[in-house]
Design a binder for this molecule. Structure first.
Ligand SMILES: NC(=O)C1=CN([C@@H]2O[C@H](COP(=O)(O)OP(=O)(O)OC[C@H]3O[C@@H](n4cnc5c(N)ncnc54)[C@H](O)[C@@H]3O)[C@@H](O)[C@H]2O)C=CC1
Ligand SMILES: O=C(O)C1=N[C@H](C(=O)O)C[C@H](O)C1
Length: 251
């Protein structure tokens, strides 16, 4: 049994992760990291211990893995503190900056501890990233459109940011001048749409002479993330460094 803690257990993703860890036969949910202590009527309170700081969580619950599902402000300190307390982070939260990823990678290697960054846990999105990195070698003029529900606070999405970085690595980075139509990530223009009715959708458009190639992935339910999350929780147990992207562990 892998001892798991979840950060952000009251969120849309965190609540589903708690349920998945409680029902999964390979996992023991030993605690959650929350912003506040339980209230009397809190349904989490009876089921699982609630902690509000990493050191106490590490000491008392002794998790092997922390599944991080909070927001772009809390993700870096949580991931750093998990590594420093000997807990392997599986980070689903988006919004980590390049320099933060570099620092976390150094920390994980120094401490010889696994850490998986997976801004998108769905296998389809991981495949889209691989295909986009492949296609950009042949069709280098490419742009990303990411479309999400209107409750999403950060932009561009973590999925778009990782896709752009993988495309840039694949073709050799050639920074563009941002032209006001969207954000530029490693030379790839990224456009963000936030609308009610959407969940999580991404298109990568490749333009060429008289032709257009479109790669598209849609998540219609948050259940699409759960198999990748459980895969990452198992995989991180066998790592001793930071892995950036689910695509690196699906084979
Ligand atoms: N990797 C993946 O496949 C996916 C990743 N995400 C990402 O996961 C993150 C969470 O998404 P949602 O659940 O939709 O957001 P949400 O806003 O529903 O939930 C975030 C939760 O984190 C809590 N939180 C914030 N700071 C905290 C702290 N310091 N300690 C404990 N809890 C804290 C908030 O109170 C909130 O309950 C976002 O960054 C989102 O982009 C979302 C969907 C899929
Ligand atoms: O907030 C979301 O919903 C999602 N966030 C992640 C991201 O920023 O890429 C993953 C997925 O797109 C859903």
């Amino acid at each position: 049994m892998i001892r798991v803690a979840v950060a952000g257990p009251r969120g849309r993703m965190g609540a589903l992760a708690v349920e998945t860890m409680i029902t999964g036969k390979d996992f023991l949910l030993v605690g959650v990291l929350d912003r506040k202590m339980a209230e009397k009527a809190d349904t989490l309170a009876g089921a699982v211990p609630i902690y509000t700081d990493m050191a106490t969580l590490a000491q008392e619950a002794q998790p092997d893995v922390l599944v991080e599902l909070t927001n772009h402000e809390s993700v870096y300190p949580h991931t750093r503190d998990a590594i420093l307390n000997g807990i392997r982070p599986v980070v689903g939260t988006s919004g980590l900056k390049e320099e933060q990823i570099t620092r976390l990678s150094e920390l994980a290697s120094e401490h010889k501890i696994g850490c998986i960054l997976a801004p998108n846990f769905s296998v389809g999105a991981a495949l889209l990233m691989k295909f986009a990195a492949m296609a950009v070698k042949y069709m280098p003029e490419a742009e990303i459109i990411e479309m999400h529900h209107d409750g999403k606070k950060d932009f561009p999405s973590g999925t778009a940011a990782l896709t752009a970085r993988m495309m840039a690595d694949s073709k050799g980075t050639e920074p563009n001048q941002p032209d006001g139509r969207g954000t530029d990530i490693s030379g790839v223009p990224v456009h963000s749409v936030r609308l009610p009715g959407l969940l999580s959708h991404q298109e990568v458009l490749f333009g060429g002479d008289g032709q257009l190639l479109t790669l598209r992935h849609d998540s219609f339910s948050r259940q699409s993330y759960m198999s990748g999350m459980t895969l990452a929780v198992k995989d991180v147990m066998n790592r001793d460094r930071l892995i950036d992207g689910l695509d690196k562990i699906i084979g």
